[in-house]
Design a protein around this ligand. Structure first.
Ligand code: ZN
Length: 201
């Protein structure tokens, strides 16, 4: 085993950083060194931001989003259309859609997708809360923004069946050619979906 190059505080910092997604041991060492060099400008503010966030972060009781207020910033934003709910598997998907700035609606975070193989059933997700929201009377459209994977589509069909009697319009994201994408580089599944779901110009 390699001998430690620094004291236990720095080694602990490196070990914790290495647990972050996208960071391995090498990049964790680089990040730690960067923090140490930028102690006043970065390390101290980061430490207090982490402390403040870890004290205040909660899960929104309405939509399952993560925020420092409950109900969350999205649920309490009066400019958003409350009649449209975008259903996502994870908070990361909500953030991605918000970055795209394409829809001004409310969200519902399921907490994952149905996966019989991994033992994830409806009771492990916030599906019941979603159905309750749909039946609350204010909702006119559910946009199922779920991954184009077997689990994502299984989840989409399950939810569609559950809310079928409510009269709420259920839509899903289009599958097809990415913006700026060249046809020659697409896989057959994506091309086939794009042809099937072609739109009039
Ligand atoms: Zn919320």
């Amino acid at each position: 085993m390699a001998s430690a190059v620094a004291g236990p505080e720095i080694e602990r910092l490196i070990q914790l950083l290495a647990r972050l997604p996208g960071l391995g041991p090498r990049s964790a060492r680089r990040a730690a060194l960067h923090l140490i060099k930028k102690r006043e400008q970065l390390m101290v503010p980061l430490a207090s931001a982490l402390e403040a966030a870890s004290e205040k972060i909660t899960v929104c009781r309405v939509c399952g989003n993560i925020d420092s207020q409950n109900p969350c910033t999205v649920c309490t934003d009066p400019r958003r259309d409350p009649s449209v709910i975008v259903v996502v598997a994870d908070v990361a998907d909500l953030w991605a859609l918000e970055r795209a700035n394409a829809v001004s609606a409310r969200y519902h975070v399921l907490g994952g997708t149905l996966s019989p193989l991994d033992g994830v059933g409806p009771e492990d997700l916030t599906i019941e809360q979603l159905v309750n929201r749909v039946h609350s009377g204010d909702v006119k459209e559910l946009i199922l923004a779920l991954s184009a994977t077997v689990d994502g589509q299984t989840t989409a069909h399950y939810i569609t069946d559950l809310v079928a009697s409510s009269g709420v319009k259920v839509t899903r994201l289009a599958h097809g050619v990415p913006v700026g994408g060249e046809l020659d580089y697409l896989d057959e599944g994506t091309l086939a979906a794009a042809i099937k779901q072609r739109l009039p110009l």
